[in-house]
Design a protein around this ligand. Structure first.
Ligand code: 5RP
Length: 213
């Protein structure tokens, strides 16, 4: 990730510092992805080095894992470690804390971390707050590669007005961006039921605390 190309960097660094204050020796922390999480990982890394504390990270992407390693943070996994708490960014958050995430393609591991965390902080600058989900972003959906056509066809039956192939994930699956004009509460489950869908970037009703700046 190129740090010079991050938008709203000052706001994101303030959010990163709020999270860094919560880091204590011995904790296992879920690290999200995206530029806000990247800046947060760097701030946490600096604290770990300066204060000589030990934490374990459960990262959701390779570049976040790389930052952790650079600062000497141990890497754990969900099979052998229990997360104390997690942080992550989001692409859109509505007033009920429902979210679209995954424009950075890490949505599958991000959802796993949130589901495995007793507490998750979602860090958002004011460009992420929306009245209605889908205002500014499509829903990113991770799909088994050979299921692309079938999944696109089924997404259209659910109301997608446009589906676009957006490349591959770190898990070697495909990403589709699906534009919906009307995102209902049941849509996350409906998308998940399509054969070939690994996970969607729709997060409806998750246990998260949103920190805004
Ligand atoms: C990555 C994500 C990110 O959290 C989301 O895209 C927000 O990114 P940024 O902090 O760069 O705005 O879900 O898959």
């Amino acid at each position: 990730m190129d740090i010079n190309e991050i938008t709203n960097k000052e706001q994101k660094i303030i959010l990163a510092k709020i999270i860094t204050d919560k880091v204590e020796n011995g904790q296992t922390i879920g690290f999200g992805s995206g530029s806000t999480s990247y800046l947060t990982a760097i701030e946490i890394g600096k604290k770990v080095k300066e204060k000589k504390i030990k934490i374990k990270a459960i990262p959701t992407s390779q570049y976040i894992e790389d930052v952790c390693k650079e600062y000497g943070i141990e890497i754990g996994n969900l099979l052998e470690n229990n997360i104390d708490w997690s942080f992550d960014g989001a692409d859109e958050v509505d007033e009920n804390n429902n979210m679209i995430k995954g424009m950075g393609k890490a949505l599958f591991k991000e959802k796993l971390n949130i589901l495995n965390s007793p507490k998750t902080y979602i860090l958002v600058d004011n460009t992420k707050l929306v009245k209605k989900l889908g205002e500014n972003h499509p829903i990113p959906i991770e799909v088994f590669p050979s299921a692309l056509n079938y999944v696109s066809q089924e997404l259209k039956k659910l109301g997608a007005v446009e589906t676009t192939f957006k490349g591959m994930t770190e898990n070697n699956n495909s990403i589709i961006h699906a534009k919906f004009n009307n995102i209902t509460e049941k849509l996350e489950k409906q998308i998940k039921q399509i054969t070939g869908v690994i996970e969607s970037g729709l997060f409806i009703g998750y246990n998260v605390e949103v920190i805004k700046n």
